[in-house]
Design a binder for this molecule. Structure first.
Ligand SMILES: [Zn+2]
Ligand SMILES: [Zn+2]
Length: 135
């Protein structure tokens, strides 16, 4: 019905994710967009994030017991969640697609399609704060 407006809104959401340069929840993305485009609703941001994910332009990071994070599409990689500040970081470990094949070979009765891997620990900032406190 109003495809020009939809395309424009999708463009705004995508631009915001690219500008964030890291990982953000839908709410964080909405807050940023709302500052500049007060007419864009939260539902619109959520809907466009899903659409962009389907188009392969945005990656979604599922966080257990927390909101999903989004980031602009790049190579597959693992993530680290800081148990102190809750921020999401990229892990340096290379992506291992063979893990899926190894698991498939180990549990032949199943049919696997994907896996998720999330590391947890203290980020460098929180680690520093904790170290300073204990001194
Ligand atoms: Zn932290
Ligand atoms: Zn990432």
């Amino acid at each position: 019905m109003n495809s020009t407006r939809n395309t424009l809104q999708r463009e705004i959401v995508l631009q915001e994710i690219c500008q964030i340069q890291g990982h953000a929840t839908a709410d964080m993305i909405y807050d940023k967009i709302h500052e500049v485009h007060p007419s864009v609703s939260k539902a619109t941001v959520y809907r466009n994030l899903r659409a962009l994910e389907k188009q392969g332009k945005v990656m979604r990071i599922e966080v257990p017991d927390g909101a999903d994070y989004f980031e602009s599409k790049k190579q597959e990689h693992y993530h680290i969640k800081c148990t102190c500040c809750g921020r999401i970081f990229d892990a340096s470990l290379p992506y291992m697609p063979q893990l899926l094949e190894l698991e498939q070979a180990a549990d032949k009765d199943f049919s696997f399609s994907a896996y998720t891997l999330l590391f947890e620990g203290l980020c460098p900032y929180c680690k520093k704060i904790k170290t300073n406190k204990s001194e």
